[in-house]
Design a protein around this ligand. Structure first.
Ligand code: SF4
Length: 440
């Protein structure tokens, strides 16, 4: 079997042809992602549009540049994001209204990206398509957002970074989690899995201070099922039969210890497996060869864009990767990250995860889970191949494709200056020989 091709350009820029936007477009061409798109195709541009107050998500300009490229190819692009579970008490993408408010605050709307921005799974995350998944390692069915399942092609633009649960987030996670509906996210996060999910958490009410705790009102209101109640007197009450496994309370109760999940490691590892399963379900909604991937390994924060803050990157920027294989591109990113030094003062630095060490197992996941699971499972179920050939691509010679005009700015200004000129006829009033020595 031949190796999957992964193309790479670093993050250094020393002119217009090496801007990261120019490199993204150049990699799109070099990786032949244009082959994914036929004229009049509806093309999903899948990107993570960030959480409220997270700051490392992809800048809108990368998305706009690829949207324009898809239009040039005759496609009909639309940016898709999906609703989430309430992973923590405060997250702001759990319905379409919240998602649009958060995305727009983060800079994503039709005006900035140049095409519709769509909540792909409907107002509440139930607009989806069920996909049978006999190949799945754990998931035997999955629910894919309708807007994704209906599309003809997809270009996946992924911010490559760490993730507390998935260990890292790249192409597989952007597709596996980001293209799943809310129903699909309940399925893949497995909070209600009978053997490894939250149902197995040990409930230790003695650790809860009840209404004496400053956070009691959050605990009393965070559960969408009303399964957690802090009574007038006594500790929190857990009505287990009501729990649907939304995962919200696991982080909220970490500090007090009112819930101890003895199988947390198994649960998190199983979720890494399910992310790859879910990615395969999504890919099955497309014809072969209709999905392309670009990973932006920039601002490589230890945790993902789904949380309401962003920590210092764990390693320096690596650059951009492109491929038609989601497993190969993520494997290539992980391998390159392992070669990197740790960013001074970062979590990776504090934990001494320097060059030659797997970065995300120790600084992405707080449990130390293997960062290989997503790719290992991805290969095992036929999502892609870990065997890749990394090709470094030279910058393009011409900077033309990334310019707004192909004429120099002076040429354009010439005609305006004939009518109005910003320089006064009599010149500016200024000191002729200023004493620069004084201010050095
Ligand atoms: S009890 Fe269940 S449904 Fe309620 S917040 Fe916790 S995980 Fe979610």
């Amino acid at each position: 079997m031949s190796k999957s091709e992964v193309l790479f350009m670093d993050d250094r820029a020393y002119g217009s042809s090496t801007s990261l936007v120019a490199k993204a477009l150049h990699l799109f061409d070099e990786a032949k992602l244009d082959e994914c798109i036929d004229k009049d195709d509806y093309v999903v541009i899948k990107a993570h549009l960030g959480e409220w107050n997270s700051t490392a998500y992809l800048r809108p300009v990368y998305i706009r540049a690829i949207v324009d490229k898809v239009k040039q190819l005759g496609g009909r692009p639309f940016v898709v994001e999906t609703t989430t579970l309430p992973y923590t008490p405060f997250c702001f993408r759990t319905n379409a209204w919240d998602l649009y408010m958060t995305s727009e605050r983060n800079g994503f709307n039709s005006g900035t990206v140049g095409c519709p921005v769509i909540c792909g799974d409907g107002f509440l995350g139930t607009d989806d398509v069920r996909v049978d998944l006999p190949e799945g390692y754990i998931l035997k069915e999955q629910y894919v957002a309708t807007a994704v399942a209906c599309a003809d092609a997809m270009i996946t633009l992924s911010h490559f970074k760490g993730h507390p649960w998935g260990v890292f987030g790249g192409a597989i996670k952007n597709v596996g989690v980001g293209c799943a509906s809310k129903r699909g996210k309940y399925n893949l996060h497995m909070g209600a899995h009978p053997v490894i999910g939250l149902q197995t958490m040990e409930y230790i009410p003695g650790y809860c201070d009840g209404r004496e705790c400053p956070k009691w009102e959050i605990c009393n209101t965070m559960c969408p099922e009303g399964a957690l109640v802090v009574p007038e007197k006594g500790p929190i009450e857990f009505i287990q039969e009501l729990c649907k496994g939304c995962t919200t309370h696991q982080m909220q109760t970490v500090d007090c210890g009112a819930f101890a999940n003895l199988k947390l490691l198994d649960w998190f590892e199983a979720t890494c497996v399910a992310i790859a399963d879910s990615a395969l379900a999504c890919m099955k909604t497309f014809e072969k060869g209709k999905v392309g991937f670009i990973n932006f390994a920039l601002d490589i924060s230890p945790w993902c864009d789904c949380i309401v803050y962003t920590d210092r990157p764990i390693i320096p920027n690596m650059g951009l990767f492109a491929s038609k294989d989601p497993v190969a591109i993520d494997r290539a990113c992980l391998d390159k990250a392992a070669q990197s030094i740790a960013m001074p003062g970062s979590v990776a630095d504090e934990r001494d995860v320097g060059a030659g060490k797997a970065k995300f197992a120790s600084s992405g996941s707080f449990l130390g889970i293997s960062e290989d699971i997503q790719c290992n499972v991805g290969e095992a179920i036929g999502l892609g191949s870990k065997d890749y050939e990394l090709k470094t691509i030279e910058p393009m010679e011409s900077a033309k494709p990334t310019f707004l005009h192909q004429q120099p700015a002076g040429f354009i200004l010439r005609r305006f200056y004939k009518k109005i000129h910003p320089v006064p006829k009599e010149g500016f009033k200024r000191v002729e020989e200023p004493d620069l020595q004084k201010v050095r």
